[in-house]
Ligand binder design. Structure first.
Ligand code: NAP
Ligand code: ZN
Ligand code: ZN
Length: 347
């Protein structure tokens, strides 16, 4: 077994604390990664606090993992020692169902093996990236951009792909009006990626505070949803709105902002049901939908796109000792725009 150390939640109510554990010896097709950086996703907080139910404790969170390959299994061919490597939300899947065979492992009929808070194929609880190392089957490891700051690429592995996938699926590009609802870790990647894809991007934020930032990140327009005028001005404006907000709310006023055939796509995952009136849907053949991260091939495509277009996350690099403080700041929407843990601080 490989000795690992990191930070874990012992239960849903106490702060994360140092934790020692073991990972499996690398199998033939595994790679061992020395973790250098790990982003903090709001999903980490939902799961640590058991807001979605069924959390497995102790839990080492973290699924925006950037590291260097330290060893490879005897039959692993995709990586060599010293390579930059990335791991996102999944570490395995059934590989035989239709979604898996179409590169949509995130929709695996057998449920993918999530990077943490999940059970591996042998039943062992998986442990995530707030730690010094990781053992992963090479098929679930990504090649990271060579030309961009490594720490600013870690959030691409969840926040980046979670916005890239719906932007691509709903064919965003030049001439399309895209709304990004919530300018947080996911939202700011939506602005950068939507802009890089050539769309006209509008930020819909719950307060006026992020107006200047949104322009700097590449948005063409900014509206505060706290101002009732916003909903009058933007009627029938959007082809696509991506909702990154993590709390439940009434979606109906936003559906009214869609043009005919427009789509309102949820990526934020509240812990309770939302409310939605049917009239705004019917009046314009509009859709509501959801989207989860992206499959492994599309995640690699997104990383290559980011390398080509110089897209990274705006990050605040922190020591792991600050993780609990960082969680509180995420909850207050006080992060510009993603916390990334510098694993060198893990002693
Ligand atoms: P985040 O950084 O906390 O961003 C959420 C944003 O919601 C905030 O920045 C804020 O932006 C907005 N917001 C709206 N009303 C708010 C309020 N009353 N208080 C605080 N913020 C408010 O979180 P994230 O990491 O981007 O994740 C967002 C959600 O996506 C979470 O539910 C997470 O679990 C989920 N997620 C889903 C997937 C997927 O595959 N579908 C992947 C990753 C994460 P403004 O200040 O601009 O309003
Ligand atoms: Zn995430
Ligand atoms: Zn499958």
């Amino acid at each position: 077994m490989i000795k690992s150390k990191g930070y874990a939640a012992a239960n849903a109510t106490t702060p994360l604390a140092p934790y020692a554990f073991e990972r499996r010896e690398p199998r033939e097709h595994d790679v061992v990664i020395d973790i250098k950086f790990c982003g903090i996703c709001h999903s980490d907080i939902h799961q640590v606090r058991d807001e979605w139910g069924g959390s497995i404790f102790p839990m080492v969170p973290g699924h925006e993992i950037a590291g260097i390959v330290a060893a490879v299994g005897s039959r692993a061919t995709k990586f060599k020692v010293g390579d930059k490597a990335g791991v996102g939300c999944m570490v395995d899947s059934c590989r035989t169902c239709s979604p898996c065979q179409h590169g949509l492992e995130q929709y695996c009929a057998g449920v993918p093996v999530w990077t943490y808070n999940s059970r591996d194929t042998d039943g062992t609880p998986t442990m995530g990236g707030y730690s010094n190392n990781l053992v992963v089957n090479e098929d679930f490891v990504l090649h990271m951009p060579q030309n961009l700051p490594f720490e600013a690429c870690a959030p691409l592995l969840c926040a980046g792909i979670t916005l890239y996938s719906p932007l691509k699926y709903w064919q965003v590009g030049s001439g399309k009006q895209v709304g990004i609802l919530g300018l947080g870790g996911l939202g700011h990647m939506g602005v950068k990626l939507g802009h890089a894809l050539g769309a006209e991007v509008t930020v819909l934020s719950h307060s006026p505070r992020k107006r200047a930032d949104s322009k700097r990140l590449g948005a063409d327009h900014f509206y505060a949803t706290s101002e009732p005028e916003t909903f009058k001005k933007l009627q029938r404006h959007f082809d696509l709105i991506i909702n990154t907000v993590s709390s439940a709310m009434d979606w109906s006023p936003f559906v009214n902002l869609l043009n005919v055939d427009g789509a309102f796509v949820a990526v934020g995952i509240p812990d309770r049901p939302i409310s939605l009136a049917v009239f705004p849907l019917v009046a314009g053949r509009r859709s509501v939908a959801g989207s989860a991260i992206g499959g492994i091939p599309e995640t690699q495509e997104m990383l290559d796109f980011c390398a080509a277009h110089q897209v990274t996350s705006d990050i605040e690099l922190i020591s792991i000792q600050k993780v609990n403080e960082a969680y509180e700041r995420v909850l207050k929407s006080d992060v510009r725009y993603r916390f990334v843990i510098d694993m060198a601080s893990l002693v």
